[in-house]
Design a protein around this ligand. Structure first.
Ligand code: HEM
Length: 455
């Protein structure tokens, strides 16, 4: 029987250790497979050619202005953002069409003043949160919890009327499909996205759309524009940002206690938001294609280069405790002192929602904190493919039933680790397929080739 123990004991310990090392190994393999299928392209910034010190200078350079044309990487982004990536503001080349689209986005986003915006978020958050069980702890995925809220909020901002349940469900299905494909946890389901496209086309045909829509776009393109900027990007980014913020609060009881002790301390809540956006920037890498040479640090970046601005690396650089979640660091430093660009750089197409997004986050966080204690032992990474598992316990729960509280966090940790193991393999397989499929479809390259042929 000794041989059984000799085989079984190491096998069991290897199996038990899998969740600790395999996901990391699979991620490394995924990166290599992506590079192999997609081809290595681009100048990493910061990197060998451009250091951290010159990061902003190069990002803000007028020649760092190409958005899609000329980068193989664009085929992948267009694939993930379809339908209508050719009119998505983020991916439009500079020029009159971009200016017109950006103006529409600005107009829609500023349709409400700050008070009106805060009131809208609060009005929509209340009923959604009140629908959660009020007498026991619930396990939620924070990203999923937040999506219906932002779907309703952005619908109301765009159409200036309350969001019907049908529209909310279509928007959530669309946004969830995009972000799940981006994180390679699921394949694209164009059917889910097309249902929203059809709904928006109908609303535009009925004349319900805002006046601010870009007038030079066809009705079909206007629908794609709304779908891309508001019912994909806005909903996904706000849900992701809130998932990071709430998960960080859940994992730091001292921060949560302080927020709850003085709910009107906006300055502290803003520091917590800044810190969440510093540690978990929503953009992994933003890319630009150079339209002319850029001279920097004695070197020259040739025209046509694909610059890959790595947010996480930049925001971590220069801090000895960059991995620590410390909202009070913002008492010692300001965004100007450290490398902090959560909404991009102002000289080169920054986020048009940079003014209202933090206000919305503040209001939504307060609505959650007023109702629930948050706790989580799930791992917290920048890409957060787990969607942020978190326990919500009503503050005024009269009776708590089910699993004893003390066991919940260790159980959640184990569950999260084993889920992470399975998910990393799914991401490897689906990610490799989508990179291959996007390369095959060449949406971006074909679009520009047809534009040139038509000229
Ligand atoms: C906390 C939430 C958000 C964060 C952290 C964020 C972050 C960013 C960043 C870093 C960029 C610049 C990327 C680059 O340089 O290529 C960007 C661009 C953009 N964001 Fe946001 N974003 C958020 C919410 C939103 C919302 C609510 C909208 C609503 C429409 C939005 C729409 C856009 C658009 C359209 C662009 C492209 C801008 C352009 O190229 O002109 N974002 N965002």
């Amino acid at each position: 029987m000794g041989w059984i123990a000799a085989v079984a004991v190491p096998a069991v310990s290897v199996a038990a250790s899998l969740p600790y090392w395999l996901p990391g190994a699979v991620v490394a393999l995924r990166v290599r497979i992506f590079a192999w299928i997609n081809g290595e392209e681009g100048v990493p910034v910061p990197g060998g050619l451009v250091g951290t010190d010159a990061f902003r200078q190069v990002y803000a350079h007028p020649a760092a202005d190409g958005r899609s044309r000329g980068a193989a990487l664009s085929d992948l982004f267009w694939y993930w953002l379809a339908p209508g990536p050719e009119v998505h503001q983020e991916h439009l080349e500079p020029g009159p069409r971009y200016e017109e689209v950006a103006r529409s986005t600005r107009e829609i986003l500023t349709g409400l003043d700050r008070e009106g915006w805060a009131a809208l978020v609060s009005r929509r958050a209340g009923p959604l949160l009140d629908a959660l069980p009020g007498d026991r702890t619930t396990l939620v995925r924070l990203r999923d919890l937040m999506m219906p809220l932002w779907a309703e909020v952005y619908y109301e901002l765009v159409f200036a009327e309350p969001c019907p349940a049908e529209a909310r469900d279509l928007i959530v299905a669309n946004a969830d499909d995009v972000v799940s494909a981006l994180k390679c946890t699921r394949l694209r389901h164009m059917g889910r996205r097309d249902r929203l496209t059809r709904y928006l086309a109908r609303r535009i045909a009925e004349g319900a759309a805002p006046d601010a829509l870009p007038a030079s776009l066809t009705a079909r393109e206007q629908g794609y524009y709304l779908q891309g900027a508001f019912f994909n990007t806005a909903v996904v980014q706000m849900s992701e940002a809130m998932a990071h913020l709430l998960l960080a609060i859940a994992a730091h009881p001292e921060v949560q206690q302080r927020l709850r002790a003085d709910p009107d301390d906006s300055a502290y809540l803003d520091r917590v938001i800044d810190e969440a956006l510093r540690l978990y920037p929503l953009f992994g890498v933003a890319h630009r294609i150079t339209s002319a040479e850029i001279a920097v640090d004695g070197a020259t970046i040739p025209a046509g280069s694909v610059l890959l601005f790595n947010y996480a690396e930049y925001q971590h650089a220069g801090l000895s405790d960059a991995d620590r979640f410390d909202p009070d660091r913002w008492l010692r430093v300001s965004a100007r002192d450290i490398n902090h660009i959560p909404f991009g750089v102002s000289a080169n197409r920054p986020c048009p929602a940079r003014g209202i997004a933090p206000i919305g986050m503040r209001v939504a966080a307060r609505e959650v904190l007023r109702r629930f204690t948050l706790s989580s032992s799930a791992s917290h990474t920048r890409s957060l493919p787990s969607r942020g598992p978190c326990l919500l316990t009503p503050l005024d729960a009269a009776a708590r039933t089910g699993i004893p509280q003390a066991l919940r966090l260790p159980l959640l940790r184990q569950r999260d680790r084993w889920e992470g193991l399975g998910r990393s393999i799914v991401q490897l397989v689906l990610g490799s397929y989508m990179v291959w499929d996007a390369r095959r479809q060449r949406l971006c390259q074909k679009y520009f080739a047809s534009q040139e042929a038509g000229q």
